[in-house]
Design a protein around this ligand. Structure first.
Ligand code: FES
Ligand SMILES: [Fe+2]
Length: 362
């Protein structure tokens, strides 16, 4: 399979957007699976519900893309482990549903593992040589816990605290950090478009006045800000006069400003939207080259503020974005489309994303 590569000029004033095949070709998608998604941090689960020893939660990391079967297990020393859910004997899944356990036991031939994934027992292996060794343990997968969220990476290229450093800087002193995950507010969306189109759309506010009239009225369009970060981007939405804003403490980087929303994107597929009510986490799951699932998870600190300002009406905004993205997906099929150019002031985040994607895929 020929390697797919593209380049984006470092100078946004000259740069052109990626080739249209990026958005539908199965080979590009397969290459991203290994070069982007298998190496980056991706949301795995919430921490809630995993507090007691012996609780085990199976999950599939990025279904449709990585399809990696994993288990979260709390051991008897209160340590949380992320393990491969694939039995080291012949590959049956070990845990099939969320449960409480004293040990992990594979139902196919009875191999048992301790809660940290180390090998415990297997019938029929009495005469096996050099057995067991560490290769018979369930593989440990890097896990990072951040403010009620669990992130997994099959081969992390940076520590999570570096990835979220700027999020922490903007969160400092804000009441919302005491947020709690509210599962009743979970929402899932699926649409016919490549995952990267969803990310690109998220990374610019240029479209807000055109497709999001209700949101546009809550933001001060003249004060919309962009900052590129080592592992993502930040967009800062200033509240329109009379709309809800954060109460920022003295010493905060935006002290004295009326900020209605912080929109963080973390490479490749995590969005953290900070509002005066709490956090809306968007998890992007590429299901196929032209099919994407997006999950919204809400971490609420002040429920009374949920229907005010830029943090309200999120489903309507999502529907408006999905409609636009699906149109762009159709546009990518057109042989006549040769890629576009970037708006040098408003599309610095899109340009940054494309440059990161090109670098990771190379
Ligand atoms: S596959 Fe698990 S015991 Fe055989
Ligand atoms: Fe949008």
């Amino acid at each position: 399979m020929a390697e797919r590569r593209f380049d984006v000029d470092a100078d946004i004033r000259r740069a052109r957007t990626p080739p249209r095949e990026l958005y539908f070709d199965p080979q590009w998608f397969a290459q991203q699976r290994e070069t982007v998604f298998a190496r980056s941090w991706n949301f795995a689960s919430v921490s809630a519900g995993l507090e007691t020893s012996g609780c085990a939660r199976p999950l599939t990391l990025l279904p449709g893309c990585l399809d990696e079967p994993l288990i979260l297990v709390r051991d008897t020393h209160a340590k949380l482990h992320l393990l491969s859910n694939v039995c080291t004997h012949r590959g049956h899944l070990v845990v099939e549903r969320e449960c409480a356990l004293a040990a992990l036991r594979c139902n196919y031939h009875g191999r048992r593992f301790h809660l940290d994934g180390s090998f415990a027992f297997m019938p029929g292996f009495e005469n096996a040589e050099h057995f067991p060794t560490e290769s018979d343990w369930l593989t440990k997968v890097p896990l990072a816990e951040w403010r009620g969220m669990l992130f997994a990476s099959l081969a992390p290229n940076a520590p999570v605290n570096e990835v979220v450093a700027e999020v922490e800087r903007r969160l400092a002193g804000l009441a919302i950090v005491d947020w709690r995950y509210d599962p009743t507010l979970d929402k899932t969306f699926e649409f016919d478009a490549n995952w990267a189109l969803y990310v690109e759309n998220y990374l610019e506010g240029l479209h807000i006045p055109f497709i999001h009239p209700a949101l546009a009225a809550k933001l001060d369009g003249k004060l919309y800000g962009y900052e590129n970060l080592p592992y993502g981007t930040l967009q800062i939405g200033s509240a329109a006069p009379g709309e809800l804003a954060f109460e920022l403490p003295e010493g905060h980087p935006n002290f004295g400003q009326r900020i209605g929303a912080y929109y963080f994107w973390l490479f490749p597929a995590t969005m953290l939207n900070l509002y005066p009510w709490g956090l809306s986490l968007n998890v992007i799951e590429p299901l196929a080259p032209t099919r994407t699932r997006v999950r919204f998870l809400s971490f609420v600190q002040d429920p009374a503020k949920r229907e005010q300002g830029a943090g309200s009406g999120l489903v309507q905004v999502e529907m408006e974005d999905e409609a636009a993205i699906q149109q762009v997906q159709k546009g990518m099929r057109a042989r006549s489309y040769r890629g576009g150019r970037y708006a040098p002031t408003a599309e610095i985040g899109v340009h940054h994303f494309h440059r990161m994607l090109a670098k990771w895929m190379a």
